[in-house]
Design a protein around this ligand. Structure first.
Ligand code: SF4
Ligand code: SF4
Length: 335
C-alpha cells in the first residue's frame, strides 16, 4: 500500500483502519535533522481500562494489540546498546501489557529513567492494587493527563466518573511520596486545550492547578505540562467537521516561533509502535509517517544496527503544532 508517497510494509496496513487525515508531503515547515537518540517512546499496545471518545488510538478494554515479549526484548537491547537515557511508556494503558513490569525492572536496572504515561484510574482497578507500590519501588516517573481541575470538564472529555477516579489515583500516589519535591518520585500532570486554541502560559496555569487541586483535594504534584492540540487524528477530524481546520492551521502558522525548532522532540526521541515500527515522534506514528531508510520503513531491530543521527525527520504541516507560541512536546512547553 502507498500512502503519502511512501510504500508501507503489509504488517502496517491494518493500522490504516484508523483512517488518519492525509497530508500533502510538501510543506514549508523547515527541515530538521535528528540528533543523538536520548528518549525511546514505546507504545505497549491499545488495551486500556477506559475508552475515551477523544482517544487518538481508539484504545479500550477489547483491544488485543499488545507488544509481545520478543519485541520487549528488542526494546531492552536498544536501551542497553544505545545508552538511551529515558524510556517513555504509552498505550492504551501501558500497565495492562503483561510485559510492563519486566520491561520497567530491566530498564531501571540499566539506570534508564522510566516515564509511565498513566491514566490514573488504572491505579484503582481491581487486579492493579499493587501497581502504585510497584511504580514507587522502581522510581518510575508518572505523567498523567488531567485536562482540567474541575469535575465537569474532565468527565465531559474522558467519561463520567473519570475525574473522581483520577483524584483517588492522585491521592494514592501522594501517599507514597509522589509529587513531594523531596521524595524523588516525580508526578507531572498534562493539560491540553479543550478546543481550537493554544494553551495558556504553562507557569500561570500550573499555579491555578496547584491552588485548586491543593485546596479542594489536598493533592500535590511537581509540574504541569501544557501540550498543544495537533491538527491530526480525532482533533483534526473534529476541526474538519466544524469547518475550523484552515483557521486552526492559520493560528499555528501565525504563532510560529523559530526558537522552538531546537527543542522539538523528534531531534532526540524515537517513537515505536506495538509492532516495532519506528517513527520520528508520536504524531508521525498516528499519521503513519514512518522513519525511512532507502524509502523503506525502519523497524526497531534496525535501530540497533545503525545510528540515525543526522537523518532527516519526516516533517509535514502538522509540525507547526510543535512550534506555535510557547512550543509543545511530550514534556510540555518548550520555552
Ligand atoms: S485513557 Fe488514554 S489510552 Fe485509554 S482510552 Fe483514554 S485516551 Fe485512550
Ligand atoms: S510533529 Fe513530530 S516531526 Fe513534526 S516537529 Fe513535532 S515532533 Fe518533530
Amino acid at each position: 500500500m502507498v500512502i503519502f508517497g511512501y510504500r508501507l510494509p503489509k504488517k502496517m496496513t491494518p493500522m490504516l483502519d484508523s483512517k488518519p487525515l492525509l497530508y500533502k508531503s510538501s510543506t514549508d515547515f523547515p527541515p530538521i535533522k535528528r540528533a543523538q537518540l536520548e528518549v525511546l517512546q514505546v507504545n505497549l499496545g491499545y488495551l486500556c481500562n477506559l475508552s475515551c471518545t477523544h482517544c487518538h488510538v481508539n484504545a479500550g478494554p477489547k483491544r488485543t494489540e499488545l507488544m509481545d515479549a520478543g519485541m520487549v526484548d528488542t526494546v531492552i537491547d536498544v536501551l542497553r546498546e544505545l545508552n538511551v537515557k529515558t524510556l517513555d511508556l504509552t498505550g492504551g494503558a501501558p500497565e495492562m501489557n503483561p510485559e510492563f513490569r519486566r520491561l520497567v525492572i530491566a530498564a531501571r536496572a540499566l539506570g534508564v529513567k522510566v516515564i509511565d504515561r498513566c491514566n490514573l484510574t488504572i491505579l484503582i482497578e481491581p487486579g492493579y492494587e499493587d501497581l502504585a507500590d510497584f511504580l514507587a519501588e522502581q522510581h518510575v516517573s508518572v505523567v498523567a493527563s488531567l485536562p482540567c481541575y474541575t469535575e465537569d470538564n474532565v468527565d465531559s472529555q474522558r467519561g463520567k466518573g473519570v475525574f473522581e477516579s483520577s483524584i483517588e489515583g492522585l491521592q494514592l500516589l501522594n501517599k507514597l511520596g509522589y509529587g513531594n519535591p523531596g521524595s524523588g518520585l516525580e508526578l507531572d500532570l498534562v493539560y491540553n486545550p479543550g478546543g481550537a486554541f493554544l494553551p495558556p502560559p504553562q507557569e500561570s496555569l500550573q499555579a491555578d492547578y496547584k491552588r485548586e487541586l491543593g485546596e479542594q483535594y489536598g493533592i500535590e504534584f511537581n509540574g504541569l505540562l501544557t501540550i498543544t492540540n495537533m491538527p491530526i487524528s480525532r482533533f483534526g477530524s473534529m476541526l474538519m467537521s466544524k469547518g475550523l481546520f484552515d483557521e486552526y492551521m492559520t493560528l499555528l502558522r501565525d504563532n510560529y516561533s523559530s526558537a522552538n525548532l531546537a527543542g522539538v522532540m523528534c531531534r532526540n526521541t524515537l517513537s515505536v509502535d506495538w509492532q516495532g515500527n519506528v517513527f520520528d515522534c508520536d504524531f508521525n506514528q498516528m499519521l503513519l509517517l514512518p522513519v525511512l531508510r532507502d524509502d523503506i520503513p525502519v523497524t526497531l531491530s534496525q535501530v540497533l544496527e545503525r545510528s540515525f543521527e543526522g537523518h532527516p525527520v519526516i516533517v509535514a504541516d502538522h509540525c507547526f503544532g510543535c512550534t506555535a507560541g510557547q512550543g509543545s512536546s511530550c514534556g510540555g512547553a518548550l520555552n
